[in-house]
Design a protein around this ligand. Structure first.
Ligand code: KIV
Length: 278
């Protein structure tokens, strides 16, 4: 087995990505890049490729653990993988998902869970839900925990939503914008949106002062996020429309991450065919 020669060194000479970096991207129109990341070696490779944010997503329940939803993922699971990623000392910001059941009961419950993730190296936590989470987002941010709000398709609510479907069509789009504004006002530093029509992604980007990060939300969001296993085409079966296999054209994992960064920053990804209509 080869051991990383500089295991205790930062992954790159990049300036660390901070909240100020994210705000500046929104102001200047620079596109942000985020990939899901679950371990040390991939964190090193993504960081060297210049990815801005590494998300320890609860998608690990599906792509790492083999469950058929994100619901079985525990706080201990996310803590373990966050610690693995943080050990790479990336310049990229480390964002940890709050798993199902770890934050919905009360702001205090959310604080206890988030504190566990921050203690092992998270620099921001992500929560799924709308305006009802406003008091929780405020409670966390007032106590020094940056928050990413997750709207649109929220996989932890798959049973309420009736499947992994496009969200925010018609009047639901107005509700999504209202939710996003409420979460921004409560202190959310980023709003991540999943699987919404491209025109709604544009409205959202224009309506918010904070950066938006989209997955299947069209090209107008401040940044783009994809799942590691999707961009490396590891997951068998039919792919979602927004998925792009970067390994096929790049030829190596490292080059695939670099191609993703280059295409998002230049606006080459996503193309219209990756998005959804109203
Ligand atoms: O858990 C995850 O990977 C996510 C992304 C789909 C954004 O939340």
């Amino acid at each position: 087995m080869s051991v990383h020669p500089q295991a205790d060194q930062p992954s790159s000479n990049r300036k660390p990505v901070s909240l100020a970096t994210l705000r500046k991207a929104k102001e200047t129109g620079e596109k942000l890049t985020m990939l899901t990341c679950y371990d040390y070696s991939f964190a090193k490779a993504m960081d060297a490729a210049g990815v801005d944010l590494l998300l320890i997503g609860d998608s690990l329940g599906m792509v790492v653990q083999g469950h058929d939803s994100t619901l079985p993922v525990t706080l201990e699971d996310i803590s373990y993988h966050t610690a693995c990623v943080a050990r790479a000392k990336p310049a990229a910001m480390v964002v940890a998902d709050m798993p199902w059941g770890s934050y919905q009961v009360s702001p205090e419950q959310a604080y206890e869970s988030a504190a566990q993730l921050m203690a092992v190296g998270a620099q921001m936590v992500k929560l799924e839900g709308g305006a009802w989470l406003g008091p929780t987002v405020r409670f966390l941010t007032e106590r020094g925990i940056p928050v990413c709000a997750h709207l649109g398709l929220t996989p932890q609510s798959v049973h309420t939503l009736g499947g992994y479907k496009v969200q925010g069509r018609g009047a639901a789009g107005d509700q999504l914008i209202a939710d996003a504004k409420a979460l921004q006002d409560a202190g959310a530093a980023i709003v991540l949106v999943e699987l919404i029509p491209t025109p709604l992604g544009k409205r959202l980007e224009e309506a918010l002062q904070v950066p938006t990060i989209g997955i299947g939300a069209g090209p107008h969001t401040t940044g783009q996020v994809l799942v590691l296993h999707d961009i490396l085409d590891v997951t068998p079966g039919k792919k979602a429309r927004f998925v792009k296999n970067y390994l096929a054209q790049a030829g190596s994992v490292q080059a695939a991450f670099a191609a993703f960064v280059q295409e998002v920053k230049s606006g080459a990804y996503p193309q219209p065919e990756h998005g959804f209509s109203e």
